[in-house]
Design a protein around this ligand. Sequence first.
Ligand code: WT7
Length: 653
Amino acid sequence: MASTPGGSGGIDALAVEARRFPPPAAFVREALVRDASLHEEGRRDPVAYWARHARELLDWSTPFTRTLEWEAPFARWFSDGRLNASYNCVDRHVLAGRGDRVAIHWEGEPGDVRTVTYAELHADVQRFANVLLRLGVRKGDRVNVYLPMIPEAVVAMLACARIGAAHSVVFGGFSAQALADRINDARAKVLVTADGGWRRGEVFPLKPQADVAVASTPTIEHVVVVRRGGNPVEMTPGRDVWWHEAMADAPAECPAEPMEAEHLLFLLYTSGTTGKPKGIMHTTGGYLAHVATTFRYVFDHHPDRDVYWCTADVGWVTGHSYIVYGPLANGATQVIYEGVPNHPGNDRLWSLVAKYGVTIFYTAPTAIRTFMKWGTQEPAKHDLSSLRLIGSVGEPINPEAWIWYHEHIGGGRCPVVDTWWQTETGGIMISPLPGATVTKPGSATHPVPGVGAEVVDESGTPVARGGGYLTLTTPWPGMLRGVWGDEQRYRDTYWSRFPGRYFAGDGAKLDDDGYLWLLGRVDDVMNVSGHRISTTEVESALVSHPAVAEAAVVGANDATTGQAIIAYVTLRGGQRVGEADLRAHVATEIGAIAKPKTIYFTPDLPKTRSGKIMRRLLRDVAEGRNLGDTTTLADASVVDELQRRAHETPAED
Ligand code: WT7
């Protein structure tokens, strides 16, 4: 769990970012929120704020009269109301005459396209709900989904919601073992998968992996297989069915069954390289209210004109909340792309922005830094003038990446929303509202309306400025309802470190203007000679050097200083810089105490398949430990190479 480095001053807030970006006048003119009124409403009465939005943005078959029941740490939201999530995401738009609106502009990696209207989505969701019913799935069951980024993933999730089965989506990059563990923990009845999907110009097989998994999952009764990759697969008679055959046989109509607001909508397992994965539980009414409201205001969504694109995979919470439920509840038109950003060229994403006239673009800092590495000529090849808002999620965005994103993708005219949240929070918690908030590059700014957040010190006392631990102070509708099958773990992980507060596991600081700066997980916070230094701030400093594309910093145990700063650095193409120069650069940017002890230059950083840098693993390398299971890595050879170098390079003293 959280490390508790010594020193009483909290995390030393070393970097100072002075640039300010007020919302551009042209943006404010059309924005849904232009002033502080929504924040004020949320502050006055957060419960009433959420009740209003749950009523205004969702359709209830039984309106709720109770908004919040809070017996810490267990919340029930809108508990006497009933609604159906798939009805809210699909049916009501069709019933309102918007069936012809495009829900999904889908683009396969090889360049094949599909356009799915709300009416077509409605038809597919109903049919697939009937397929699930015929396969014996009932309200209260779990269905596992292991698919590439194809429209069937959205259909499968909404079909589950329609009949009250909880989905448990497992990212297609996970191994058979990881899939089996998650299926067994959830005790899922049906698995929905595909033969394979396209990635980097090749078909990656899913069904063969699923077969290995299902060999050790006694609860799975049927496997539904979408044909996508065209790769050969074995079908087990009686167990396996083709999606297209089952759909052709299924009745066209399946009414959406009203669910209790607190009915389980889905499980989503948080990945980790050690320990048993946690099945995070999200329920129907509160989650949907949270993601619908935040989608609308954080992305300033105008359903008639916006084309939205979130580059996440549905296997992560970002895909659940801001590809499926948030956008569809708002009747959005969005782009979904199957493949990697550099196939066939490094400009694939920008060609899609131009092709579909994307207006709102949401991606991750790790992707942005990769785009930086590829160079400005790639976005410059395309007309990106349709964009009006760009967002970031997943890790702290360093100011240099923020500025690059703002200039080279946003054309200097788009507000940037840096959105902090977690699998556990369900939806966005800390973010600018783009028409109302003056942004600072690298700061997620303030809690969104209706959310309470405070930075506290070791003892749980709120700090007015400076560093500490990020906590959430009031229940919010999208909050996790628990860890599947492990109530104690829910209490221990989130509610025991600071009594009465939700502990997010992140370090944060409040600057003199009350802006929040996320500093990464607290176990990524280093303690060097009694100074607490955030890995993020050192990384930011390294990345601000013109030769550096990407950097990861870890604190490695050190007999003299407690921890020593070890940096792994990837240079931009064709650039060179010496270790001494980079150390001096960090000293200039932050101060001598933040100078890395050792810098390893590496062509690539080890990342999870979701793109997070594996700092724990880098710490193991830095401390000379034997590495355990590295199968969740996108490219395990990166680590072998780093280990080889670590043995060769004597640490500096
Ligand atoms: C952790 C949650 C939220 C969806 C994707 C990740 C980090 C997330 C930010 C941000 C700084 C961020 C935090 C958080 N994180 N967004 N804007 N700024 N850090 O979901 O896998 O549950 O990870 O991601 O450390 O705790 P997740």
